[in-house]
Design a protein around this ligand. Sequence first.
Ligand SMILES: Nc1nc2c(ncn2[C@@H]2O[C@H](COP(=O)(O)OP(=O)(O)OP(=O)(O)O)[C@@H](O)[C@H]2O)c(=O)[nH]1
Ligand SMILES: [Mg+2]
Length: 391
Amino acid sequence: MIRIGLIGKPNAGKSTLFTALTDVPVDIANYPFTTVKPNLGMSFIKVSCPEKEIGKKCKPREGTCVDGIRHVPVEIIDVPGLIEGASEGKGMGNEFLDNLRNSDALIHIFDPLDSSELPGVRDLNLEELNNSMHATENEIMDWFSDRIFRDWEKFARKCDASGDRIESSLYTKLASFGLSEKDIASVLSEEFFPGRLSLWDKGDAKKFASVVFKKIKPIVRVANKADLLSEDQLQVMHDKYSDITLVSAEYELALTRAFSSKIIDRTETNFSISDSATPKQREALEKIRKFFANRKVSRAYDILEKISKDWLHHIVVFPVYDESSWTDKSGNVLPDAFLMPLGSTALDLAYKIHTQIGEGFIRAIDARTHRVVGRDHVLSDGDIIRIVSKS
Ligand SMILES: Nc1nc2c(ncn2[C@@H]2O[C@H](COP(=O)(O)OP(=O)(O)OP(=O)(O)O)[C@@H](O)[C@H]2O)c(=O)[nH]1
Ligand SMILES: [Mg+2]
């Protein structure tokens, strides 16, 4: 399952976004360091379900499917606010970042109007904003490079003496960060690193950390509290930072709550408002609808989809047991939807279902075309695949 961590300065709106995405109520307040312990919750990525093609309703083992849109579960982690100097113990320090070790991507949330250090100044100051964004991301790099460099000397000496390849030595050291040996090899090929681990210094560890976050654990920037920005400020953010997504966690949360209490019938902006809504509620909901109609702002779920598709390059694959009825052994239609990295093969899918299915792999069958394919067959987005295995 994909794991996504929320990071950012105190008060940026991490917990608000977390609750909007997961429906898990946590502490939200207008003062720094409200969150003192990490929160864990489930959200989902929306993908198109092929149930219509077979003309039968699917029965997901995990998540749900609404109107042909499959909700594939993803894990979201909310952590305390991070400030400059956290690696030296400032604020809440950065030990809590260990909870994000094996996340696949991080969402960096910030309040674009809060970047000024001057109290009371709520203007968009792009220079301050840039500095502030870099400072937060630097803390992440420091945390990760500190973890890499911890007990380095002894480790490096032992690895160099063993004659093992650098990537396999680093793999053992960094296993809990969810990096594969292949990932590490690709990071090492990206920049120059000393050929012997005992020659690495702290700068090399930091460079390694930065390439890991660029290549394997992307940090996706999200500007929150867009509801407080003027149209001109929204335009500036949109023009200057094409890679930054503008959202409003507060409005997202309002819609999640209105949906939970049945005041609206869906959280998509084409929601209908129930007759039981008070005039005040109706007015607030229409304001939110209008806000989200602005093409410069995005919906929170779009961030998750973007991470899966554009940053992690994941595809969705539906494994089935029976290639004719698209069911599992018990007759459930399209029971699973797996998010897998682009380039995954039929054998990778077999292993993802179960190690034994992978080990006993015989062949795979494309359930749409009924074509038999081999272990190295590269899967495509939306594939429905049967794995034939000895076990
Ligand atoms: N206007 C507006 N306010 C927001 C938005 N998101 C969060 N807030 C407010 O900002 C304050 C901080 O929100 P939190 O979600 O607690 O922030 P946090 O990043 O989790 O803060 P820490 O746990 O202290 O690090 C609260 O008063 C929220 O109501 C938003 O999109 N718009
Ligand atoms: Mg919080």
